[in-house]
Design a protein around this ligand. Structure first.
Ligand code: VG1
Ligand code: CO
Length: 681
């Protein structure tokens, strides 16, 4: 079926040369002649000018024994280190992510960094300034030194690096981009993941046109240009010079904090956090926002010091999985759902760009969160006092935001998964507030999603609603705000099922299969309720489950859901005309319900299947249901195979399409050990 799902109000194409008028265009590399300070929205970073001592020297390993000194410009010696191409260095949804052990292999990181410099026009970085940040995970210390030396070796004039290599993704983006050493929400430590992201023009994640070039260069690379300089002590702020090359270690928080103060009314937020009848909890998950939480929430906004938990960044995130969702931020969830729990809870991920918002015994889905921020932004957040310019969401994110855009008469865009697709729209002045169902929310104050920003946005909304409440009066709560929103706009029930670390081959086959099914599907076909026994065990083969499910639906089901369209999502950027295809297979029904399937692009092993399920409910009397209950008919489709499988196993008979599935069923033995999705959101 041809794509009929597009509800977008896209405008005509702009010239690819169009750049933001608000921000500097050639953004990450600021000529060193513009003084040694980095300007963030007009705020220069503080210039700390005491010199830094040198620690142990790190030596990169060459893949062959001979290294040749090729040039010694302006006081530093550059060495050409021979190397060979390494397979598999293709970036995914957000940067390159692998097991840390892979990154520690000979030249693995160096090859990628050098390939990146080989992919950029030299005038973009020669003698320019580069920012380097990270989330504090294991291997960041060594990686910082490698990146600094290769940057110097390629002629970068200056590196600004966060103290201890720490700087959140939003703070790096605010500084107009650079390198971020993070695998984001993936766990860290010697056995887990490492990652590198590169943010380019205006601080946005590098577009595929650049990452494709980098990948191409990783397949032909033959030398790494390394400056022979000692390791830099990153533990103290200050400036160190090596000939014409400078490293400045900066406080990672102060400029970001200044930016937040320019976006929000801190006095309003402080008036809420200082109330004795309002309790706040923030879980930094031992990740990068640990460095930001105390200076912002406690020191500036008067939150109580004990409102911050897991506030010290650790290399292994305290053995945690720094993903702020109901599964991995369990401690915060338990606190918020306990008797006499706090009124407001939030958490952020490894690199500080994600957020989870909770009220007292209440979870705000990220899809609702962005819609509610958008609906309230103008009255509660000074940055939006002129009203948001436009709204956007990633394709799998629920349609709650669409309804706000419609009501407010704003431009609206639906883009593929991944923040890199929002930047062009922002630079073109078409987009102010956007979000993803994966706990990413943000605005055009920077070109990344921003966890702390989202928390401050929610605090602003709650503070605004309660600003005239006297002590002792009942406050408007998080759940009140959400329920009022549903009553006005209707509720989009939404859930995501993640099946982590499936076998890649099967997962790819499943997507191919679904792609074929979508293309053959016709509007008007009926899908619907199937008698599900909820106690039936899933047989643990996610991709096969789903495959079988869809194969059977048409045959076994008495339809409640009428197909409106089905396709594999494709997006044409309205600003530069670039096309991103195969972005997720979606089945959209006439009542607005959707089931979407895609493979994750951020995993480090195997394949992660994501299934997104959504259903719209306009009737206020039915909006209070638990999402898992409301979505049961749709979710039921996903567990259908367990029923079929049990049938087959216990009766050894084939029914309807089951006969067609016998072959597939026999493959089930290959995939054991999975009883349910790894994560349900
Ligand atoms: C996931 C999310 C996506 C997000 C990406 C990066 O990608 O689904 O919405 O933009 O992570 O987030 P995928 O391909 O695994 O579904 V982060 O905070 O990990 O940089
Ligand atoms: Co992240």
């Amino acid at each position: 079926m041809a794509s009929c799902c597009n509800s977008l109000k896209l405008e005509g194409m702009f010239s690819s040369a169009f750049r933001s008028s608000k921000r500097s265009s050639n953004a990450i590399w600021i000529p060193s002649s513009s003084s040694c300070n980095l300007y963030i929205h007009g705020f220069p970073l503080k210039n700390n000018s005491f010199s830094v001592s040198h620690s142990r020297s790190f030596t990169i390993k060459a893949s062959s024994s001979s290294s040749t000194a090729i040039v010694e410009p302006e006081g530093i010696k550059i060495t050409s280190v021979p190397t060979k191409p390494i397979e598999g260095q293709k970036t995914g949804t957000s940067g390159l992510r692998k097991k840390v052990k892979v990154f520690m292999e000979e030249n693995y990181l160096s090859n990628w960094i050098q390939s990146l410099f080989n992919s950029l026009p030299p005038e973009d970085y020669k003698n320019g300034v580069l920012v380097l940040g990270g989330d504090g995970r294991y291997f960041n210390r060594e990686a910082s030194q490698i990146i600094i030396k290769i940057a110097a070796g390629n002629g970068v004039g200056k590196i600004l690096v966060g103290r201890d290599g720490i700087m959140s993704t939003p703070a790096v983006s605010a500084a107009n981009g650079g390198f971020i050493m993070s695998a984001s929400h993936n766990p860290g430590g010697p056995e887990y993941d490492w990652g590198i992201k590169f943010n380019y023009n205006s601080g946005q994640p590098a577009p595929e046109s650049i990452t494709d070039k980098i990948y191409g260069n990783t397949l032909s690379i033959s030398e790494i240009k390394m400056a022979e300089i000692p390791d830099v002590d990153l533990s103290r702020t200050g400036v160190t010079k090596y000939g014409s090359f400078t490293v400045e270690v900066v406080d990672p928080v102060s400029d970001y904090l200044e930016l937040m103060e320019s976006v929000f009314d801190f006095r309003l937020i402080k008036s809420l956090l200082a109330r004795s009848d309002f309790r706040f909890a923030f879980d930094a998950m031992h990740a990068v926002t640990g460095a930001y939480a105390k200076p912002i929430f406690v020191d500036k906004l008067a939150a109580s010091p004990d409102s911050i938990s897991n506030g010290v960044p650790l290399e292994d995130f305290g053995h945690g999985h720094p993903d702020p969702n109901l599964t991995y931020a369990k401690d915060l969830v338990n606190t918020m759902y306990s008797e006499n729990g706090p009124d407001f809870g939030a958490a952020s991920d490894g690199d500080g760009d994600r957020n989870m918002i909770l009220g007292k015994k209440f979870f705000v889905t990220p899809s609702d969160s962005v819609a509610i921020i958008a609906a309230n932004a103008q009255e509660a957040i000074p940055y939006f006092q002129g009203g948001p310019k436009g709204l956007a969401r990633s394709m799998p994110t629920s349609g709650a935001l669409d309804r706000v855009a419609e009501k407010l008469g704003l431009k609206f865009f639906e883009v593929p998964t991944g923040w890199k697709f929002f930047g062009n729209l922002m630079d073109a002045g078409k987009l102010s507030i956007c979000g993803e169902e994966s706990f990413g929310t943000g605005s055009d104050h920077i070109r990344e999603k921003d966890g702390i920003w989202a928390v401050l946005a929610w605090l602003s909304i709650i503070a605004h609603r309660n600003k005239d409440k006297k002590p002792g009066e009942k406050l408007v709560s998080v759940s009140d705000v959400v329920k009022q929103h549903w009553a006005t706009y209707g509720r989009n029930f939404f859930s995501r099922y993640d099946y982590e670390e499936c076998a890649s081959e099967g997962a790819n086959k499943m997507i191919d299969y679904l792609r074929g099914l979508a293309s053959k599907s016709k509007a008007g076909e009926k899908y619907g309720k199937f008698p599900i026994n909820p106690s039936t065990r899933c047989i643990g083969n996610c991709h096969l489950c789903i495959l079988l499910l869809f194969d059977c639906l048409k045959f076994l089901i008495v339809g409640n859901y009428v197909l409106q369209c089905a396709d594999d999502f494709s997006y044409t950027d309205p600003v530069d005309g670039s096309v991103a295809s195969k972005q997720g297979v979606r089945f959209v029904f006439t009542d607005g319900s959707r089931i979407i399937f895609r493979l994750s692009g951020t995993g480090s092993a195997g394949a992660t299947v994501r299934v997104y399920i959504e259903q719209f409910e306009p009737d206020a009397s039915k909006q209070d249901m638990d999402a898992q209950v409301a979505l049961k008919p749709l979710i039921g489709m996903l567990v259908i195979i367990s029923t079929i499988y049990s049938f087959r196993q216990f009766t050894n008979k084939s029914y309807g399409c089951i006969s067609d599935l016998a072959l597939s069923v026999s493959k089930l033995k290959d995939f054991t050990g999975r009883e349910k999705p790894t994560v349900i959101t």
